[in-house]
Design a binder for this molecule. Structure first.
Ligand code: FES
Length: 154
């Protein structure tokens, strides 16, 4: 049994059998942590494992921006471009990050350190503009704050 399957089995044992569809998101997360990016074959693997239609897993995989479908850098920067952040200067933040990193949204730096992504609402509208780097939120962003944050990343 692979490492991924061992983790699947451990988690599955904690869920009632009739709630297999509730395991789609955590299984995608487990697989992403192991593989760093996911493809259609991964969705099919999970679907077969859980006895679900492949489309059900593919829908989750393609809907959520947190499930990467292309290789990403060591640090993934997700900048919110939804309404509150846009009104508070998201475009300026995106431009600054693009200039600072030398990449456009959707790209990864040549050294593989950073991937810059644009995402929809990060559910922190009251502290816009907002970005998430890996699992950490950074709020009320300014160009100076971004420079400090990037400097602090290894
Ligand atoms: S609009 Fe950016 S966090 Fe909600």
């Amino acid at each position: 049994m692979s490492c991924i399957e061992e983790k699947f089995a451990q988690l599955r044992a904690t869920y009632p059998k009739e709630l297999n569809s509730s395991l789609v998101m955590p299984f995608l997360r487990i697989m992403l942590d192991e593989k760093k990016s996911l493809g259609e074959s991964d969705a099919v693997f999970i679907a077969n494992y859980l006895g679900l239609p492949a489309m059900q897993v593919k829908e989750a995989l393609t809907w959520y921006t947190m499930f990467y479908r292309h290789p990403v850098g060591t640090h993934v920067i997700k900048v919110c471009r939804n309404i509150a952040c846009s009104l508070m200067g998201a475009e300026r933040i995106i431009d600054h990050l693009s200039q600072k990193l030398g990449i456009k949204p959707g790209e990864t730096t040549a050294d593989g350190r950073f991937t810059l992504l644009l995402v929809e609402c990060l559910a922190s509208c009251g502290t816009a503009p907002v970005m998430q780097i890996d699992d950490t939120y950074h709020e009320q962003l300014t160009e100076a704050k971004i420079d400090q944050i990037l400097k602090g990343l290894s």
